[in-house]
Design a protein around this ligand. Structure first.
Ligand SMILES: NC(=O)c1ccc[n+]([C@@H]2O[C@H](COP(=O)([O-])OP(=O)(O)OC[C@H]3O[C@@H](n4cnc5c(N)ncnc54)[C@H](O)[C@@H]3O)[C@@H](O)[C@H]2O)c1
Length: 470
């Protein structure tokens, strides 16, 4: 099918590349001309495992092109995805200005002769499907030339059949495993008022739903015994709510285990053991049950806050979601408290942050705990060093004011530090020679913000080890 994906960020670029790999003809659009130039020059603007390789294959197949011209992408497309950012505003409401601009732009570019589906993949407040339909209609109206004396607007001769249908197709990919999540999802959710939209999208996703495509070996192999993908077809509002409810639940699950971890510290229990013990219960499950210094990333805070903002519009108070955010805020502060307990005075001390990205396998720093922790330490008069396998360049670009010394590797980071804090659970950090790290340091404090190391081995390496909830 002929597909247009608007927005080439973490979601749009992965979606477009995977659809192109599956054989669809994809035009990926972005208003950021530098991004488009980079993509057209064979580059990749983000770090996502396997993306470069899959992009190369799609380019070779000739099924993927990039442009900043929205009208060019929309012209022949049967399906247009809106995958632009919806960043949070101070009020908690997401900023929908990019969605608005794109919806109007799609309307202005639509050729009324053919039906197509406009799909909201961006995470948008409940009701946005109807809002996008209205904006597209206004976009169409803006291009209609009304003959003199015929009134104003497209509805002069009664409502014509609109040349588009709107659907919601929330995205559940996780940065760091985005390609596998797209090709082998737990489910695909489609919401629409009109069953024709569902039919067209079912056809688009058929290779994934039925798993009929050849897996891109070496990039994202098909998990063992992976079968047909469940398809959830529903109305627009429910599809939009599914996305918010999923993220709110996951954030709450982590905040829950963090709350338990704080209690574990009081009573002398080990939260890692507790999580193992409760996670084996099929009703609870072990995933998203790792205590630590809290969640970050572009989605959880934004989506929980957006759900709270929607609730306020209806006069409903979300007690549980307030607590989810509160616990997470406190959890970031825990690192500072633990450092104060171990080092007493932070002024003049050197603290090394092991990891900057909000989670492993990504260079995304949006709402990353590392940045908050670094700022708090600097404010308190400490010197801060940092090492991350991929996110240091992004950190330098995004936070040029952050007075952090960037290290070359884990041991270089440790050099001269009074304390090292594990901020991101990069798997390679587990391979660090703890004795070498300890020897390079001036002090002996290891604050393991992700419970990455076994307390006993860290102690044997000479550390004063402090985990979370252990
Ligand atoms: N990142 C994730 O893990 C993830 C997962 C699920 C859902 N989502 C949701 O998907 C949406 C996109 O997220 P993302 O992380 O890919 O964002 P992003 O910021 O990485 O990418 C957004 C892209 O849209 C482009 N853009 C902005 N305005 C535009 C316009 N008017 N026309 C064309 N392009 C425009 C930007 O230049 C940017 O490249 C958000 O609503 C987000 O909540 C994200």
């Amino acid at each position: 099918m002929d597909v247009c994906v608007v927005g080439t960020g973490y979601v749009g670029l992965v979606t477009g590349t995977c659809l192109a790999y599956l054989g669809h003809a994809v035009t990926a659009i972005d208003s950021d001309q530098r991004k488009i130039d980079l993509l057209n020059a064979g580059g990749c603007p983000i770090f996502e495992p396997g993306l470069r390789e899959l992009l190369a294959r799609a380019r070779k197949q000739g099924s993927l092109r990039f442009s900043s011209d929205l009208a060019r992408g929309v012209a022949s497309a049967e399906v247009v995805f809106i995958a632009v950012g919806t960043p949070p505003q101070p009020s908690g409401d997401p900023d929908l200005s990019a969605v608005e601009a794109v919806a109007r732009g799609i309307g202005a570019a639509l050729d009324p002769g053919r039906l197509r589906v406009i799909v909201n993949k961006s995470t948008v407040p409940i009701g946005s499907g109807n809002w996008v339909a209205m904006l597209v209609e206004e976009g169409i109206a803006s291009t209609v030339v009304v003959p003199a004396g015929k009134g104003s607007g497209v509805l002069v001769e009664g409502p014509p059949e609109l040349p588009f249908l709107v659907a919601s197709n929330p995205e559940f990919l996780r940065e760091g495993s985005a390609i596998a999540d797209t090709l082998y999802p737990d489910r695909i959710v489609l919401g629409a008022q009109d069953s024709r939209a569902i039919g067209i999208l079912r056809q688009l996703y058929a290779p994934i739903l039925e798993q009929t495509f050849r897996a891109p070996e070496g990039v994202a192999s098909r998990p063992e015994a992976f079968g047909a993908v469940p398809l959830v077809t529903t109305d627009l509002a429910s599809a939009e709510m599914i996305k918010y409810a999923a993220n709110a639940f996951l954030a709450t699950k982590i905040s829950f285990i963090n709350e338990v971890s704080n209690l574990c510290e009081k009573v002398g229990a080990d939260v890692v053991e507790v999580a193992r013990g409760i996670g084996l219960d099929g009703r609870i499950g072990h995933r998203f049950l790792d205590a630590g210094l809290g969640w970050g990333g572009s989605c959880f805070r934004k989506d929980v806050s957006a759900l709270m903002a929607i609730s306020r519009e209806y006069g409903y108070q979300t007690r549980l979601l307030n607590a989810t955010l509160e616990v997470n805020e406190a959890q970031r502060q825990t690192v500072i408290t633990k450092l104060q307990e171990a080092l007493k005075i932070l002024k003049g001390k050197v603290v090394g942050l092991l990891g900057l990205a909000f989670k492993p396998n990504t260079d995304d720093l949006r709402d990353a705990p590392s940045v908050d922790i670094a700022r708090a330490l600097l404010k308190m008069g400490a010197r801060v060093k940092a090492f991350d396998p991929v996110a240091m360049k992004v950190c330098q670009d995004l936070h040029p004011d952050l007075d952090v010394h960037y290290a070359e590797d884990g041991v270089d980071l440790a050099w001269g530090c009074d304390a090292v804090v594990v901020v991101t659970e990069w798997p390679e950090f587990r391979q660090l020679d703890l004795e070498m790290v300890r020897k390079a340091m001036r002090g002996d404090v290891l604050i393991d913000g992700r419970n990455l190391f076994e307390p006993e081995s860290a102690r044997q390496a000479g550390f004063h080890y402090v985990g979370i909830g252990r």
